[in-house]
Ligand binder design. Structure first.
Ligand code: AR6
Length: 193
């Protein structure tokens, strides 16, 4: 995983690579409400982490999440063979034009994952670009929601001290940096992202 930029006084690290290679406290899974795996980053996490993560998801589905995990919410499991302590699963909104509460739901994904990480005492967390693959959320708009939510959480809370946004390609990471550049300079006046 390669760092491209640091924002928000170095609390937000923008990186490129495979999120399953992250080493730290937690990674976020862009799951679906069934929690039993899928494609994209979800498939990659279950493949690299091994069967323990799925076993824990099945237990959750048989107990407190019988109806699945609602969109915008987050739940934590162990991380199997991954080099992190936990996987935080969240369900991003499916994009359907933007008029169905998608921005608020996407913001809740980021905020709820950060809250879980904070209450677990985690120093570091890595997010993928939730909803921007199969779920079709326009990348620039999703990036802006992610940035604003992370910036507002970071202002109010000391943990996690390092928040990573991991993009699968350099083009996606650069598009994110470009999209949030006006907001990023407002957050850190006098500095360029
Ligand atoms: N590391 C970092 N980013 C990745 C990786 C990886 N290994 N693999 C994909 N991405 P998606 P969604 C990026 O489709 O849109 C699944 O089937 C990818 O380029 O994984 O929230 C679930 O089970 C994209 O930018 O998640 C759900 O059914 C971003 O991760 C559904 O897809 C998210 O793409 C969720 O869709």
């Amino acid at each position: 995983m390669r760092e491209l930029a640091k924002l928000l006084e170095a609390r937000l690290i923008v990186a490129v690579g495979d999120i399953t290679a992250f080493s730290g406290d937690a990674i976020v899974n862009a799951a679906n409400s069934g929690l039993l795996g899928g494609g994209g980053v979800d498939g990659a996490i279950h493949r690299s982490g091994g069967p323990d993560i799925l076993a824990e998801c099945r237990t959750l589905r048989a107990s407190r999440l019988r109806d699945g995990l609602p969109t915008g919410q987050a739940v934590m499991t162990g991380a199997g063979r991954l080099a992190v302590r936990a996987v935080i699963h969240t369900v991003g909104p499916v994009w359907s034009g933007g008029g169905r509460g998608e921005p608020e739901l996407l913001a809740s994904c980021y905020a709820n994952c950060l809250k879980l990480a904070e209450s677990s005492g985690f120093e570091s967390i890595a997010f993928p670009a939730i909803s921007t693959g199969v779920y079709g959320y326009p990348r620039n708009q999703a990036g802006s929601v992610a940035f604003r939510t992370i910036a507002s959480f970071a202002r109010e809370h000391a943990l996690p001290g390092s928040i990573w946004l991991v993009f699968h390609s350099e083009a996606e990471a650069n598009a994110f940096l470009e999209a949030i550049s006006p907001e990023a300079s407002r957050e850190s006046p006098g500095r360029t992202p």
